[in-house]
Structure formats: C-alpha cells, structure tokens
Design a protein around this ligand. Structure first.
Ligand code: PLP
Length: 426
C-alpha cells in the first residue's frame, strides 16, 4: 500500500497560478512503449535473413500461441486490426442490406468496414461509467435486419458482454468484440475476445500488445473462421494448405469451390517480420501487463483516496472480476457539475501545467462525422455519447510501477481538483 499523499502548502499552490509543478523529475522510460530488446531483434532478423517475409510458417506459430492464450480454437493473423475486424464482420455473415449496431464513441475501425460489405451502421449510445456500448440502447435499435453488434472494450474497459449476448443469442444476432484496446483484459474473470462470436483486434505499435503492424481475428466458430479465411487468405484455401491443427482450412464446399481467389478480393496475409515480433511480444506481455496494472491502480487509488467526487478512474469496480488488461489509452471520468462547472478542457490545462500529459475527451463520436449519413446510415442524436467528450480525459499510461514518480503525478491531479472544488481556480 502506498503512503497517503501529504498536502503541503507550497505543493498545493497550482503550477497554473505560479506554484511549483507537482511533477519535477524527468519521466525517463516510465512511458516508453513498445519495449523492444535483443530477443525481438533476433526473431525479426531470422525471418529477414531467411527471406521468409511472405511465408506463413512463423505466422502459424504466432496464431497457435495466440489461440492457446485465449483458449480458443482459431486465430487468424491479419496485416492490421482494421482487416481483422472486416474479416470478422464478413465471417459473421454481414452483407448487403444488413444492419450492424456499433458504438459511436470509438475509433472508426471498430465498424466503418461494414460499409464496404454493403451494410449500414446503426450507432448506439454509450454507458457513461464504462464508456462502452449501452445494451439498453442497443435493444431499442434491433430490427429484423440487424445481423451483428460490435462491442468495443473501450479504453480497455470491458463492455457489458452478458447483457449484449442475452440480447443477441435468442435473436440469432452475432456479436463481434473489438479488443484493440483490451488485450488481456478480463470480463468477470474471462478474457475479452472469447465472449462473443468473433473478435478482431489491432496489434499496431501504439497498442498495448504489439506486433509491429498487425491484427488478429479469434473465434471458436469454425464457420466464422472458414469465411474469414476464404475472404482474404487465398493461398490458405488451396487443398494442400493446412492450419496449425493439421486440418484443411475449408470444409464447407460452398467456400472451397472458390479456392485460390479470395471472396473479398482482399489479400490479408501478415508480413512475417511482424509475426516474429508478435511471438516475442506475446511471450513477455503478461509480465509487462501486470506492471502496468499495478502502476495504473496505484495512480487511481491515490487520487480516489484524496478526492471524493468530480474525478475518478475509468475502470471496473474492484472485486467484479473484470480488469483493464494493458490499460491502453487510459482515461479519467469527469463530472463538471461537481467541479464548480469548470469544463474538462480547463481542468486538463491546469493538470498539464503540473507537468503531466492530460487532454480532454477521447475519440470524437463517429455519428457526428458526415461519412455515415452520406453513405446511407440513419443518424440519430445520441445525447449521452455527445456529452462524453466533456466528461472524460486522458491520463498518462504508466509502464512501470514506480511509487515515487507515480505519486507526483497523482498529487498534480489532486491539487487541481482541490483548487477547483474550493473555488480557487476556474
Ligand atoms: C487501433 C484500433 C483499430 C484498428 O486497428 P489497426 O491495426 O490500426 O488497423 C480498431 N479499433 C479500435 C478501437 C482501435 O483503437
């Protein structure tokens, strides 16, 4: 347990009002990511020197290890997360005339791919505490055309999968998890990505689990897997080609008859320089993720111990069995009405003056972008979602649990909250 933050008058004066910064020490490698070492370099060089970039031997090993980690039957590597989610949508049968219900408060690549399959996107509200898609709002948007629901575990917070599956299962609707923020996160004790019908995730170099530039589709459903293979992995559809299990990829004759040409007109083979890197990164991920979890938990525990209301961590309740995985894109929740009406952007500017990266909002709600209406999606106002950019803020993503350093960052936030709540800063 950490020491409780000690207020001292000189430290309490806001840096924005001429006081000393809470964060004085240089960050060093506190935020450095990804962590690349000699083992990563050797693995990539092995593929490079062998000229095996366009092969699949290393990718198959990567897929096998990725599937084993999640305890699922199938993992299919892709050049990026966008392609993996496109393949998951196709794998789940999304096609012309269908509707896909998706969150608006997420990155575009959670769902925009549905447009290229001829489907329409129906945006749903977010829950203000989890920032994830709100199942109660999803229910109101289900129609006979609804083929799939996308749930993003947003900023690593697990979405309410039990409620979503309870809506989807009896109606024959597929649920696709976007795990791009939430590698290794648990929902009630189970790994995100294993809860719906299929999952797609990014492994690009800014995410918490990385493979250079890559994506992964995972599923327990052979039909979803075969459709995803047929969509974008032309050389795997040939009869002699075998999955890591030793089985042929396609058992469905309706798919096998197109062997050799991908149904999606896409080539979704992953560069094996990335597969090699991904294997090493995956091996070390649980340990690195634990360090992040300890560090981020320390940061929010310190703040929440000092601050009663107005600001709190975006994270599941302790004891829920749900976790934040690698805490990608960590955020705080902000209630302006408990902060003397001070807007989150003002709050963030004051925190930034304390020496800490801090910015208002997160992704801009997708339904406000003209693309979706122009492509025939019915766009309705989403008041909760539209309020969220004013009710959350980005915080530093600590990679090492270093008590003294993290306490300085927490002290910066606490100083600003107190000054605002006492009416000393606006
Ligand atoms: C990064 C990201 C993606 C897309 O992944 P790429 O690897 O960049 O194509 C999809 N969804 C979310 C929520 C993301 O953050």
């Amino acid at each position: 347990m950490s020491t409780v933050l000690k207020p001292s008058p000189s430290v309490e004066r806001l840096a924005a009002l001429g006081g000393p910064k809470a964060v004085q020490a240089p960050a060093g490698d506190l935020f450095s990511w990804p962590q690349i070492g000699a083992e990563d370099e050797a693995a990539v060089l092995e593929v490079l020197r062998r000229g095996a970039m366009s092969g699949t031997d290393v990718t198959l090993q990567f897929e096998q290890e990725f599937a084993a980690w999640h305890g699922v039957k199938f993992a299919l590597a892709h050049p990026n997360g966008t392609a993996a989610i496109l393949a998951a949508l196709y794998g789940c049968g999304v096609g012309p005339g269908d509707e896909v219900i998706a969150p608006s408060f997420t990155f575009w690549a959670s769902c925009t791919q549905a447009l290229s399959l001829g489907a329409k996107i129906v945006f749903a509200e977010a829950e203000p505490h989890s920032l994830c898609i709100d199942p109660r709002d999803v229910e109101k948007r289900i129609t006979p055309r609804t083929k799939a629901i996308v749930a993003t575990h947003y900023c690593a917070h697990p979405a309410d999968m039990d409620a979503l599956m309870a809506l989807a299962r009896p109606r024959g609707i597929k649920v696709i998890e976007d795990v791009s923020h939430a590698h290794g996160a648990l929902y009630k004790g189970r790994l995100c990505g294993t809860l719906g019908d299929a999952a797609g995730m990014s492994l690009m170099s800014g995410k918490s689990l990385i493979a250079g530039e890559a994506g992964m589709l995972i599923t327990q459903d052979r039909k979803v897997f075969e459709r995803a293979v047929a969509f974008g992995h032309y050389e795997r559809t040939q009869a002699k080609s075998k999955y890591f299990t030793g089985e042929p990829y396609l058992t469905d004759p309706e798919l096998a008859k197109y062997a050799g040409i991908p149904l999606g007109g896409c080539k979704h083979r992953l560069n094996q320089l990335s597969s090699a890197l991904g294997r090493v990164q995956l091996k070390h991920y649980p340990r690195r993720m634990e360090a992040i979890q300890r560090a981020m938990t320390r940061f929010w525990d310190l703040i929440e111990r000092e601050v009663e209301s107005g600001v709190r961590g975006h994270r599941p309740a302790p004891g829920s069995g749900s976790t934040m995985g690698g805490w990608y894109y960590p955020h705080g929740l902000y209630e302006p009405e408990k902060m003397n009406g001070v807007p989150v952007a003002r709050f963030c500017a004051m925190v930034a003056a304390e020496g800490m990266d801090c910015g208002p909002g997160a992704n801009v709600p997708l339904h406000l972008h003209p693309l979706f209406a122009d492509r025939g999606c019915v766009i309705e106002p989403l008041p909760v979602t539209e309020s969220l950019p004013g009710r959350c803020f980005g915080v530093p993503w600590f990679k090492h649990d270093r008590a003294e350093q993290i306490e300085a960052y927490a002290r910066g936030v606490v100083k600003v909250v107190r000054a605002i709540q006492r009416g000393e800063a606006r």
